[in-house]
Design a binder for this molecule. Structure first.
Ligand code: ADP
Length: 164
């Protein structure tokens, strides 16, 4: 039985993330989508809100669960018996970042294997940062995020109230 973890900020989750979740859940017996606290990034959504969004979007699936952690992901993986860590890769700079991350993780938890999944071409230019920027100007992001995320962004950003 192989249990995998897909960690990320998911601030907010995009269709690119959901595609990786869909594809990874077909590869492993169990997949934990992990909202990992990232001290360097101030979030638009709280970790609890991100977990709530992911749980609502993914619904009840026997193989997929959504968790959060404020410890090292390498420690979470060891404690939860995850043998594989999944990440998505959009371009060479993602690859180089993820490769360096994998070296660091190998140092922290040598039992954990990194699996990098190439992004679907539809989502190559898609990032949570871009979504937040577009949504803050009231742009239509409906082709890039789940409707629940679109609604949550509208509530959070209230573009109608922006003024100079
Ligand atoms: P982090 O801050 O940990 O990079 P993100 O939420 O930005 O967290 O991304 C989580 C993972 O999802 C990363 O591996 C990232 O490369 C991947 N990812 C982000 N956007 C996409 C996308 N559009 N398609 C595929 N993978 C993606």
């Amino acid at each position: 039985m192989i249990k995998a973890v897909f960690p990320g900020s998911f601030d907010p989750p995009t269709l690119g993330h959901l595609d990786i979740i869909e594809r990874a859940s077909g590869l492993f017996d169990e997949l934990v989508v992990l909202v990992a606290a990232n001290g360097a990034k101030a979030g638009l959504f709280s970790p609890e809100e991100r977990v709530g969004l992911l749980r609502d979007i993914l619904g009840a699936r026997p193989k997929v669960s959504v968790r959060s952690c404020d410890t090292l992901v390498a420690d979470f993986a060891r404690d939860e018996g995850c043998a594989v860590l999944v990440r998505g890769v959009r371009n060479p700079s993602d690859y180089s970042y993820e490769y360096e991350l994998s070296l660091l993780y190998r140092h922290l938890n040598s039992a954990l294997e990194f699996i990098l999944i190439p992004a679907d071409p539809r989502y190559l230019a898609l990032s949570s940062t871009a979504i937040k920027e577009l949504a803050s100007y009231g742009a239509d992001v409906s082709a890039l995020v789940h409707p629940l995320v679109e609604t949550a962004l509208k509530r959070k950003l209230r573009p109608a109230s922006r003024s100079h």
